[in-house]
Each structure stands twice: as structure tokens, then as C-alpha cells.
Design a protein around this ligand. Structure first.
Ligand code: SF4
Length: 693
């Protein structure tokens, strides 16, 4: 049997793979000109991709439905009918007693477009609840909110990834691609070989920062001030593009007063970045014929995330970058389908095609496709953190259905989330491994995983790809679409809930038609023939849109919005009791909550446990020895992990990866303070104290 061309289960690069029984290899259909083939991964896989096959045979794979008779009883195998009947019966009972909104749904940025779409439809049509959100709220929402505000549309990268190589200067704020998506570095290498320059903004000297021409080692939580400071310098050094600003933007006049307050010496005091380095960064950007400004989670996961991304967009607009071929502003999406997952309706405020749920025309269009009355569609629901914190509270949801997410490890202030899950009448988790969240469920539904089912994902470029089934699934396992169809039937939901990915995709195409993320011209056949199609693609004769905003932005007047934003600092600053900053992130060998990668032997061998990265000078002051257990305490609680010394981190900051469960969970410490616009929590900075454990 020849291997099937498909894509990796993990990050948003969605590297191409050839998968057969027991084999994985990079795809070899890579044209040198960047058209077709595995463009995003450049024909490479990282260690996570190479070892993904082990997931298919993980010894603790969930293969039958599990259910517990009551909260203190153990999970026991049951039939699918017993599991689905119990869920449907409990949903009916809870909704009769407490109203439709008492049942909530939580999705994931790793779900295929078809699943994300069907989950949104299931919540609104079968459950008639407004309360659906997903873990992408933790990941992508601030960049999305800022791009929507400035450009009228959010597509992670506005240009194909191959444009990276052609950029004379790249500014990457808060991204560590050398560890999170290593094949991306090939594009940076190609850029360097052309003479291009790379600037990295990061509190840590990460492997990505080490390969940069310029590293701005910013104090955690001060990226916004730095971006405003760079714009100040761009203005004073005469580097802004006045003709572009006049022709393609509005609001630049109003920003000048704000930016006047970000003179270099003040910004150095706030950010810790020396003035000469700021000047060099601005010159590298201002002198470049083509430049890209990119943000990632380091700049975005803050209570000021939307405004921070806006500050970088303002800088890009002042330099005349967005909407020019080979230049622009973009964000690096993290999760496998982080882009598509935020377009088709699993977000609390959204309908398919990136439509807003409170837009009457959007509601009419989608209701027509779904065969219901627009008046029967619920309005916006609670965002992810608010939803999780409302579980089991008076007036809050009493049942939660989770698909493709592990909030016990990945949500901020995770101990509180555990308490809220325990307060539910019903917790249902659909997953293919017994994650830390599944272990707490009343009903666990065993689902198919990446290489066992077909569906589309949209990678970080906005390119829609087909992830094809390559191996058979265990006999009793069902796909999420089958599960939703089974529940919708039991709940006598109106309309059709197909379990076939191709049928669901056709419905998604119709529902997205005319929306910002218009997939109506994309078919499975085209994706295969063209190796991906970029949205928007409003007709089968349309070529797709590799580069957006070339003629106009997606705002009513076609102009981008320059929005003044002020530095406000972290929601929780250091003080005498909690004198050290904690920042969190990923390591090379693991992905997100680690529910998948902690089950792969080679990845566990490479990175077996959590750690606290600490500067040796700080460790000496605190009498902490390398390799010893360190207790890290924040206002939310405490975590314990081994000390790992590094001179790559600032003296006032420690770093913990967030992939581990139990006492080493970084999210026992993190601050659930939310960005007021995107509702994204502040994962990237909180105040802690350290002591020997
Ligand atoms: Fe590519 Fe990301 Fe998979 Fe690594 S984890 S192989 S970078 S898609």
C-alpha cells in the first residue's frame, strides 16, 4: 500500500507528510518555485512530526466509550448507545430545569474546519445555546481582534510563506519559531542567504533570537511601549511613508500626540531595550524595500494583547508595509488549525465565514443554510475563560461538552478551572487519549485522530489544505462528526448533521459564501490539484487570494485604521511579595498541553519534565542549585519544577514551559486577567516568588 499524502497533527505550519502503516516521511512533491507541494514546511519535518506515528499506537489509546455511574464511581466501558443516550438525556434534563444556555460547548484550534463548523452549528441549532467557545481564545484572539480592527479582516499571514525569503527585513515580536516550528527556519535561512536581516523581540535569548541580527531583550509585558517607541523613532528619523498613509489609511494624525510621549529614553526605561538598539531596528525596517512585521504569542498573550498587536500594526502602516507585495504585517498562528478554527463558528461571537453573530444579515444567511429561522439563533455567548469560570456557578452552565481540548492543563489559573469542572452536573470529553480533563469526565467518547480521518485545515498562511485519512481507525472509535450527528438525532435537532466530512465541507462552503473567510470556491478536488487554496475564494473559477489587501483593506472605506494605543504594563506587576516575572511558553519537543507529545517516547526522552529556567545570578541570590526542586508561587497558587540555569534569560524573569500536568503545571500560576477586546488571558507575564522546595 503506497503512503498517503497528508499533513502533520500538530502546529499551524501543517507540514506535508507521507503516511502509511508504520511509516512517516516528508512529502517529496516540493517545487523549487514555491507553488504547490509542501510549501509551508519546505519539505522538512521537526521531531514532533517525524514521531507522530507513535500517537496512532499509543498504549493508553481510548477505544471504547467510558462512563461513570456517579461522580465518585470509576469510569467503566459502555456501548455507544448507552453513552449517547445518557448525554442526550442529561442535556434535556438540565435544559428543562435551567434553560438552554445551561449546556455549553468547548472546542479546539486543532479541530478540522468541518468539525469546528459542525460544533458551532450543533451548539446553536441542536442545543440552542449561546455558550460555545474554544481554546483558540487562549492563543490567537488578540492578533485576530487587532487585525480585524485595523484591516477589517484577520488572516494570520497576509502573504504566502515563501515571501519570507524575499523580505529585506523581518521584525518578529514574541515568536520562537526555531523551537515551536523548526522547518519555518528554512524560510529565514533563505532570507538571510539573500542578505536579509532579522530582528527578534523577546525577553529570552531563544534559539530564534540567537540567529537574529538584532535581539531586543524586552522586559515582559512592555512590547507595546517598545512598538510605540519604534514608531516615535520612525517619525523623528523621517522614515514614515506619507504618501501611503494619505492614500491607504485613516487616523494617523490622531496618533501623533500619543506617540510623542514615547521618546527613546523613556521607552528604554520602560522596556530595558537600549536606545541604540531601537534606532538600529528602525533603520533596518525603514531602509528595507520589503519588510514584514510579525507577532506571535509572546506579544499577544497579555491583558493588553489587542493594543500591543495594534501598536505593531501602526508601525507597519507608518512604514507603508501592509498591502504591498512581499511586505506587510502578519501573525504566526500556533495551533494546527488555529486559522480555520477561528473562522467557522466555534467562537462565542461568530458564525461561519468569519461572520459576526450579532449581524442581522449574517444571521439570515447562515440560518437559511441551516434551514432554521434566524430568530432561533442564539446571540453571543461567554468567551473561553469566562465560560470556564462560570461552570457550576449560579446562572452558569451546568453541563460542558469538550472536543479537542485539555483545559485542566492549558487554561490560566488551572486549579480554579478544576474546581469549576467538578461543580458541573455533566462533563463530557471527546478525545483519543485519556487527557487530564478526560480523566475528570462523566462520559468519555473515544474519537478518531489525525491520520485516521479526512478533513480540511487552514494553515498559518490562510491556505486551505486537505488532511487525508491514511490508516484505519480502531473499530469502536468514531469521528467527532459521527458523535455530533448521533447527539443531534437524539436531541431531534432541525436540519441535517452529516457525519461525512465532504458533505459538511460543502455545507461550510455555502455558509461561508459572501463572508470575509469565503470558502465557497474551494473544493477537495481543487485543494489536491493545487496543493491548497488561499481564502478568500468566492467561486470555483476564482484563483484564491495568496496576497490580501493589495488593492484595498476589508474596511467599509477600504482604508486601514491607525488606532492610538497606550502602554499600560502587565495586569499584575512585580512587588515586594512577588518580585520576579514569570513568562511561559513551549519547548522544542512538546506541543500545547502535552496530552499528545508526552505520549511519544522520543519526545519524552528529549524533554522528560518541566523546569524553571532561571539566570544563575538570580539563582545564587536565592540559594537555588541547578537541578534542584524550586517552588514557584503566584497569587493563584504554587508549582514545583527543577531549576535549569541559563544566561539567556533576564535577571528579573523566570520561564516555565506549559506542557506538563500535576504539580509542575505552569498554569497553576498564570493570571486569568483578560484583554478587554479579545478576552485573551495574560499567559505571558505574572508576578511570582521563588524558593527552594
Ligand atoms: Fe511541521 Fe509543526 Fe508538525 Fe513540526 S509540529 S512537523 S513544524 S507541522
Amino acid at each position: 500500500m503506497s503512503p498517503t499524502p497528508t499533513h502533520c497533527p500538530y502546529c499551524a505550519l501543517q507540514c506535508g507528510m507521507l503516511v502509511g502503516p508504520g511509516t512517516i516521511a516528508p512529502r517529496d512533491d516540493i517545487p523549487a518555485n514555491g507553488g504547490g507541494g509542501d510549501v509551508s514546511g519546505g519539505g522538512a519535518l521537526c521531531q514532533k512530526g517525524w514521531t507522530a506515528g507513535e500517537l496512532l499506537a499509543t498504549p493508553d489509546r481510548l477505544t471504547v466509550p467510558l462512563m461513570r455511574a456517579h461522580r465518585d464511581a470509576p469510569l467503566q466501558p459502555v456501548t455507544w448507545d448507552a453513552a449517547l443516550d445518557r448525554i442526550a438525556g442529561e442535556i434535556r434534563r438540565i435544559q428543562r430545569a435551567y434553560g438552554n444556555e445551561a449546556v455549553a460547548v468547548f472546542g479546539g484550534g486543532g479541530l478540522t474546519n468541518e468539525k469546528a463548523y459542525q460544533l458551532g452549528k450543533f451548539a446553536r441549532v441542536a442545543l440552542r445555546t449561546p455558550n460555545i467557545d474554544y481554546n483558540g481564545r487562549f492563543c490567537m484572539s488578540s492578533a485576530a481582534a487587532a487585525q480585524n480592527r485595523a484591516f477589517g479582516m484577520d488572516r494570520g499571514l497576509p502573504v504566502p510563506i515563501t515571501d519570507i525569503a524575499a523580505a529585506d527585513t523581518i521584525l518578529l515580536a514574541g515568536g520562537n519559531v526555531a523551537e515551536t516550528m523548526p522547518p519555518f527556519v528554512r524560510h529565514l535561512t533563505a532570507q538571510r542567504e539573500r542578505g536579509g536581516r532579522l530582528i527578534v523581540i523577546d525577553p529570552r535569548e531563544t534559539p530564534t533570537a540567537r540567529r537574529a541580527d538584532l535581539h531586543l531583550q524586552v522586559t515582559p509585558g512592555t512590547d507595546l511601549a517598545l512598538a510605540n517607541g519604534l514608531l516615535h523613532l520612525a517619525i523623528t528619523e523621517g522614515l514614515i511613508d506619507k504618501a501611503y498613509l494619505d492614500e491607504r489609511t485613516t487616523g494617523f494624525g490622531a496618533i501623533r500626540t500619543v506617540i510623542n510621549g514615547y521618546w527613546p529614553e523613556r521607552v528604554e526605561r520602560i522596556t530595558g531595550v537600549p536606545v541604540p538598539k531601537m534606532r538600529e531596528a528602525v533603520r533596518l525596517l525603514g531602509d528595507a524595500a520589503n519588510a514584514l512585521i510579525l507577532t506571535a504569542r509572546g506579544a499577544e498573550q497579555h491583558a493588553t494583547g489587542t493594543d500591543t498587536v495594534t501598536a505593531f500594526i501602526n508601525l507597519a502602516l507608518a512604514l507603508g508595509l501592509p498591502g504591498r507585495p512581499g511586505s506587510g504585517f502578519g501573525c504566526l498562528t500556533g495551533q494546527g488549525n488555529g486559522q480555520g478554527g477561528r473562522e467557522h463558528g466555534q467562537k462565542a461571537d461568530q458564525l461561519p465565514g468569519y461572520r459576526k453573530i450579532d449581524d442581522p444579515a449574517a444571521r439570515e444567511h447562515v440560518a437559511r443554510v441551516w434551514g432554521i429561522d434566524a430568530g432561533d439563533l442564539p446571540g453571543p455567548g461567554l468567551s473561553a475563560t469566562e465560560l470556564l469560570n462560570a461552570l457550576g456557578m449560579p446562572g452558569g452552565p451546568r453541563a460542558l461538552l469538550i472536543f479537542g481540548s485539555n483545559p485542566v492543563v492549558s487554561a490560566p489559573d488551572a486549579a480554579t478551572i478544576e474546581e469549576r469542572l467538578a461543580a458541573l452536573d455533566l462533563l463530557v470529553v471527546a478525545d483519543f487519549v485519556p487527557s487530564e480533563t478526560a480523566a475528570r469526565a462523566d462520559v468519555v467518547l473515544p474519537t478518531a485522530q489525525w491520520a485516521e480521518e479526512t478533513g480540511t485545515i487552514t494553515n498559518l498562511e490562510g491556505r486551505v489544505l486537505l488532511r487525508r485519512a491514511a490508516v484505519p481507525r480502531p473499530p469502536q472509535v468514531r469521528g467527532d462528526l459521527e458523535i455530533l450527528a448521533g447527539l443531534a438525532g437524539r436531541l431531534e435537532a432541525p436540519g441535517r448533521f452529516s457525519a461525512e466530512p465532504a458533505e459538511v465541507f460543502d455545507e461550510l462552503r455555502a455558509a461561508s459564501a459572501g463572508g470575509l473567510a469565503d470558502y465557497s470556491g474551494i473544493t477537495y478536488e481543487r485543494i489536491v490539484a493545487e496543493t491548497g487554496v488561499f481564502w478568500p475564494c468566492p467561486g470555483e473559477g476564482h484563483p484564491g487570494t495568496p496576497r490580501v489587501f493589495l488593492d484595498r483593506f476589508a474596511t467599509p472605506d477600504g482604508r486601514a485604521r491607525v488606532v492610538p494605543v497606550e502602554h499600560r504594563g502587565p495586569a499584575e506587576d512585580i512587588d515586594a511579595d512577588y518580585p520576579i516575572y514569570l513568562t511561559t511558553g513551549r519547548v522544542l519537543a512538546h506541543y500545547q498541553s502535552g496530552a499528545q507529545t508526552r505520549r511519544v517516547r522520543a519526545l519524552l526522552d528529549a524533554s522528560p519534565e518541566a523546569f524553571v529556567e532561571i539566570h544563575p545570578d538570580l539563582a545564587e541570590r536565592l540559594e537555588i542549585e541547578e537541578g534542584s526542586d524550586v517552588r514557584v508561587t503566584s497569587r493563584r497558587g504554587g508549582a514545583v519544577a527543577k531549576a535549569r540555569f541559563s544566561t539567556a534569560i533576564r535577571h528579573d524573569t523566570v520561564f516555565m514551559p506549559f506542557h506538563w500536568a500535576g504539580a509542575a503545571r505552569a498554569n497553576l500560576l498564570t493570571n486569568p486577567a483578560l484583554d478587554p477586546t479579545s478576552r485573551m488571558p495574560e499567559f505571558k507575564v505574572c508576578a511570582v516568588r521563588l524558593e527552594k522546595s
